[in-house]
Design a protein around this ligand. Structure first.
Ligand code: WT7
Length: 667
């Protein structure tokens, strides 16, 4: 898309008037208890950031050597906690060893295989046990020649060893890059090549909807892929560590491949944590790539960890007694910050589930919530809409009364899904935190605080401490409240990305050139009269229909507010008269039949909800929408389908290829 398309005055027409203040009992026990308290801390964090962050850094993290300077900022390069030395795995593990937390569950894990009506395989690791496993595996890394700064690809299913591998890397100062287990051999090879990794950590396979995903086989294939000069693309790999998980047969290449269980039997568990500089790289994570070539987003040690820790504490109101479950895969940033680093840095209990939400039946999540007494649940709108589609009978079968707080992340949550989550999962008593952030931001940026912020379905509400977001026009000037514009962040924050691995030019172009001196998020947004932020979608997706700039999120939200619609995606196609015509792809609820009449009904429905300008020109029914494996709709592909052109560009992130075939065949 033409990136420079002006976006001022994004017409925002959807108005949501429901407001849900937090219950008094919740506020009373919360870490932050009142709006006054939030405002005081927030104002301090913006007016005197060095004082605020200096205090947080000192109090929340354990240091081998204290930092001497809080921050150094020369746009676009930030350094935080200069002169300090620390270790992430020390902060997540060792720190708890001589405290009562040592014998508390750090990770509770449930495997996917289970018969209908039955629970699955289960493992619990206390902080002490997790520390032991991490030390062993860190020694395995060292034994195999891994040094500070080396890059390691982690390509594992959702098993405790994924977290163990990440923590072991951070213990020895190696930089991990987790590649989601759903990615192909090609994606693995590209990522190895991009970061010049020395080692891959994988498993024989992983379970997904009852089938085995052949991870080791994919790695073997990845290491055979040739580059343009008939050399090997991923030639830097010296070792492949293989965990036994699914028991399928694999080929072990002598001299290169080693078994996890054999290696750990050869080392002891004494492994002091490396003293790392505050700014030492902690990990590289390639972004989901719904557009273009994946970018290796680079995060640092101290700033990232501090952000992950305090957002987990305040946004999820973490307490010692919580059983906290973030359902994201470890292959996404949400899994990094809110399955592993944030919860463990707080001494919390983090639950991991290996598989699909509808395996063996659509109540798997609710069965898990009831079984472990989950208190805080953090998931994505795409999952919530799937639950809505499967029906309320599934959650109703289970006792969900342990839940006290719900979270949402990944895309704007449409008010209909918000209300459903609130009623059928939260029993109308749990606050919902709709958290806006990005792989690049490292941690949650715009969010309610659950004991403080009155929530409005569909809005991520207000900024977290130290975060200064603003809505600006094409000249970088703030727009009045109520108008749409680009979302930028005006001040540096500790967990911000430190760059794109190996591509400083792209770093500057993507994030720092659009609006001078500010971080450009790529999102379109509007602020309402109360200062609440409403994300209207990615700027690149904003449509220009007859001079009106319309965010995709609003139209999609209006469509799913029709009880017949399960999911919707809105894209533009070139139109001589209007500039762009609006095409919507719609999936219907189970049992609803597609018809010409329904098309008209949906067009009129959007007209009524938003206004005549937003009436779609074309409604197309689909069995499913093409999504990335993190649940984001791949609008780029839909745009191509809507415009009748052949599918071009990277489709390796696509979750289910048959979806694409179906969409193109009923042209
Ligand atoms: C993009 C970032 C954040 C971790 C998972 C996704 C969209 C994310 C929200 C939200 C509206 C949201 C934005 C953002 N997004 N959360 N609560 N409300 N939009 O990370 O793959 O880096 O994607 O996801 O468009 O820019 P990501």
């Amino acid at each position: 898309m033409d990136k420079k398309k002006p976006v001022t005055n994004i017409t925002s027409m959807l108005t949501e008037t429901r407001v849900f203040p937090p219950a008094k009992e919740f506020s009373k026990q919360a870490h932050v208890k009142s709006m006054a308290e939030y405002k005081k801390l927030y104002n301090e964090s913006i007016k005197s950031p060095e004082k605020f962050w200096g205090k947080q850094g000192k109090n929340e993290l354990a240091w081998f050597k204290p930092f001497s300077k809080v921050m150094q900022w020369k746009a676009p390069n930030a350094k935080w906690f200069l002169g300090g030395k620390l270790n992430v795995s020390y902060n997540c593990l060792d720190k708890w060893l001589n405290t009562p937390t040592a014998n508390k569950a750090a990770l509770i894990w449930e495997g996917e295989p289970a018969a209908p009506g039955k629970v699955g395989e289960e493992r619990t690791l206390t902080y002490k046990q997790l520390h032991h496993e991490v030390c062993l595996f860190a020694n395995v890394l060292k034994r195999n020649g891994i040094k500070k700064g080396d890059r390691i690809i982690i390509y594992l299913p959702m098993v405790p060893e994924a977290a163990i591998a990440m923590l072991a890397c951070s213990r020895v100062g190696a930089i991990h890059s987790v590649v989601f287990g759903g990615f192909s051999a090609q994606s693995v090879a590209d990522r190895i090549q991009d970061c010049q990794a020395k080692m891959v950590i994988t498993s024989d396979g992983g379970f997904r909807r009852g089938a085995v995903v052949p991870l080791k086989k994919n790695v073997d294939d990845a290491l055979m892929i040739e580059d343009a000069n008939n050399g090997l693309l991923a030639k830097t790999i010296e070792r492949v560590v293989v965990l036994k998980r699914s028991g399928n047969e694999v080929q072990m290449h002598t001299g290169r491949d080693i078994w996890w269980h054999e290696e750990v039997s050869l080392v002891d568990a004494h492994c002091p944590a490396e003293k790392m500089d505050s700014e030492a790289p902690l990990f590289i994570l390639y972004t989901s790539g719904s557009t273009g070539k994946p970018k290796g987003i680079l995060h640092s040690t101290a700033g990232y960890l501090l952000g992950a820790k305090i957002t987990t504490k305040y946004v999820f109101d973490i307490k010692d007694t919580d059983v906290y479950w973030c359902t994201a895969d470890i292959g996404w940033v949400t899994g990094h910050s809110y399955v592993v680093y944030g919860p463990l840095a707080n001494g919390a209990t983090s639950l991991m589930y290996e598989g699909a939400p509808n395996w063996p039946e659509p109540d798997r999540f609710w069965r898990i919530v009831a079984k472990y007494g989950v208190t805080v649940l953090y998931t994505a709108p795409t999952a919530i809409r799937a639950f809505m589609k499967w029906g309320t009978e599934w959650p109703k079968k289970h006792d969900l009364s342990s839940l006290r707080l719900l979270g949402s992340v990944g895309e704007p949550i449409n008010p209909e899904a918000w209300m459903w989550y609130h009623e059928f999962i939260g029993g109308k008593r749990c606050p919902i935190v709709d958290t806006w952030w990005q792989t690049e931001t490292g941690n949650i940026m715009i969010t309610p605080l659950p004991g403080v912020t009155p929530t409005k379905p569909g809005s991520a509400t207000l900024p977290f401490f130290g975060i200064l977001p603003e809505v600006v026009d094409d000249n970088g000037k703030p727009v009045p409240k109520g108008s749409g514009g680009k979302l930028v962040i005006r001040k540096p924050w500790p967990s911000m990305l430190r760059g794109i691995w190996g591509d400083p030019k792209r770093f500057v172009e993507t994030y720092w050139s659009e609006v001078k001196g500010s971080y450009f998020t790529g999102d379109g947004v509007r602020q309402d009269k109360d200062g609440y932020f409403w994300i209207v979608g990615r700027i690149d997706d904003v449509l220009n229909v007859a001079g009106h700039r319309i965010g995709t999120a609003e139209v999609e939200s209006a469509l799913v507010s029709n009880p017949k619609v399960a999911e919707a995606a809105v894209v533009g196609r070139p139109d001589e008269l209007k500039g762009q015509a609006m095409v919507v792809f719609v999936t219907l609820k189970t049992g609803v039949k597609a018809s010409e009449q329904l098309k008209t009904e949906l067009r009129n429905h959007v007209g009524k909800e938003i206004g005549a300008v937003a009436k779609p020109d074309d409604v197309r029914f689909a069995e499913a929408l093409p999504k990335t494996r993190s649940g984001k709709i791949m609008r780029r592909l839909l745009k191509q389908i809507a415009s009748g052109v052949d599918i071009k560009g990277d489709t390796t992130t696509l979750e289910d290829f048959s979806v694409l075939a179906k969409l193109t065949s009923d042209e």
